[in-house]
Structures are given as C-alpha cells and as structure tokens.
Design a protein around this ligand. Sequence first.
Ligand code: LHQ
Length: 253
Amino acid sequence: MLKVTTEEGVRVLTLARPDRLNALEPGLLRGLRKALREAAREEGVRAVLLTGEGRAFSAGQDLEAVPADRDYLRVLDDYIPVIEALFALEKPTVAAVNGVAAGAGMSLALACDLRVMAEGAFFSPAFVRVGLVPDAGMSYFLPRLVGLARALDWCYRSPRIGPEEALTAGLVSAVFPQEGFFASALAFAKELGRGPTRAYALTKRALWRNLEADLADALAYEAESQAAAGATEDHAEGLRAFLEKRPPGFRGR
Ligand code: LHQ
C-alpha cells in the first residue's frame, strides 16, 4: 500500500510493503498514480517526497506477483503512467532513498528530480540478475543523469552503488546518516517546498528539453521560459525582497 501524508507543503508518499521490501505490484502502482495526480492538482502541495517504509526504498517489481504468462507489456502498463506522472509533475520531486533501491525501485528514484540517500542504502539496477533489461524509465534517465559509460557499466554488472559512488556520480544530492534520515530528507524537501514553484517547473522542463535542442532553439526556449517566470508573483516577490534586503516569501504562484 501507499501512505500519503503532508508536512508543511511537502506531500510525502511512502511505499509501505515493508515485509516485501516495498516490492512494486499493481495496487501500489495504481495508488502512486492517483497520489501523483492529487499532488499535481492541490495548490498547497509545493514538493513531493517519495520514500519507503522499513529497511528498503523498493526492491523493484514484486517477483512473486509476475503473471504466469509473463506478459510484461501488460505489467509495464502499470508503470508507464507513474513514471510519466512523476516526470510531468510541475513541482519538485525528491526520492528519499532510505534503503535498497533495486530494479524498477531504482527507476522510480531516477524519475524524481533529485535524490538523497541514507548512509546504509544502495542502488542496484538488478534487472540483469534476473535476465531482464532496464525498464520503468531507467534506460532513459540513467545515461542522462550519470553518462552512458557509467550507465552501461552499472546495468551490465549491477553492482551495489553505495553513497560514496552515488555522490561521485552525481546520482544523489546528499547523503544523510541513517539515524534521523527521514527528518533530514524532509527538511531537504521542505526547503524546495518554500521555493518559487513555477520557476522550478520551468527550470526542470527547460533543462530536460534542451538536452535534445541546438543552441538557437535552447536560447529561444529559455527566453520563453524566462518570460513566463518573469510574470509570476514569486518573481515580483523575489525582486522586492532583494531590494528590501530580506529573505523572499515565495508562495508558489
Ligand atoms: C521480494 C523482492 C522482490 C518479491 C525482496 N519481489 N519479494 C520486472 C519484471 C516485469 C516487468 C516489470 O519490470 C521488472 C523490473 C524489475 O524491477 S526486475 C528487478 C526486480 N528486483 C530484483 O531483482 C531484486 C530482488 N531482491 C533482491 O535481490 C534482494 O531482496 C535485495 C538485494 C533487494 C535485498 O536483499 P536482503 O537484504 O538479503 O533481503 P531479502 O532478499 O532477504 O528480502 C527480504 C524479503 O523480501 C524476502 O522475503 P522472505 O519471505 O524470505 O522474508 C524476499 O523474498 C522479499 N523480496 N525483493 N523484488
């Protein structure tokens, strides 16, 4: 099941099948899809934090719940809308990787804007270990986040990618001690939740889009994005706050 709470503008989504290491099955994926739709709609939600209950973030696809006919086209039908919804969400998304993130569990974390991890946690592509290929967005996100050479290496060997390697690769923004991990991750997300939400959304869109653009196209898109950001209340507040030498009070509009 999925637990949904809100902490000062941060919608916390907790994968909660701890006895199965939060392995993913259709019910949980449907819950995620619904929760992401709600997070997108609710104005008071200014950031999303995705985490796991117990000792794992998620061990990926529930290997005991794969259909007997192994119709993986159908299995992946449940994943695709979740990954698309995470990527499309116009609010900062953070994966709080509290423990192992394997296979499609790692993919979920990759589809978030940023990741933080606990000292004892690790990522593992895992797919190759069961004779499968990266899915749920991993083949898209991983090379873009850490480079093609590293992505191929990790997907072939499926090593345990711990905090040091993840930080060096730029896969995570921060590593926090196991003790108090959730509080640290929440504080990280709350900081984003207090930011200029529209500007974050425009930034995310421009950075991803312009990976595939030429310079002229990228410059034109930036100008359009800046015009949109320039029209927000948060920009007006940011300007006022600067001139008045005080911290800005962004409201996400
Ligand atoms: C699990 C799982 C699990 C069920 C631990 N399922 N029960 C694939 C197919 C089709 C289409 C969609 O996409 C995919 C994508 C994928 O995600 S493929 C990759 C799937 N994930 C894996 O291959 C990882 C499998 N798990 C492991 O390698 C280990 O469990 C890790 C390294 C994650 C953790 O190891 P340990 O800390 O030693 O824990 P454990 O193995 O003892 O697990 C605890 C329990 O959780 C255990 O059950 P039990 O009844 O014995 O206590 C496991 O069977 C269960 N569990 N992962 N994916």
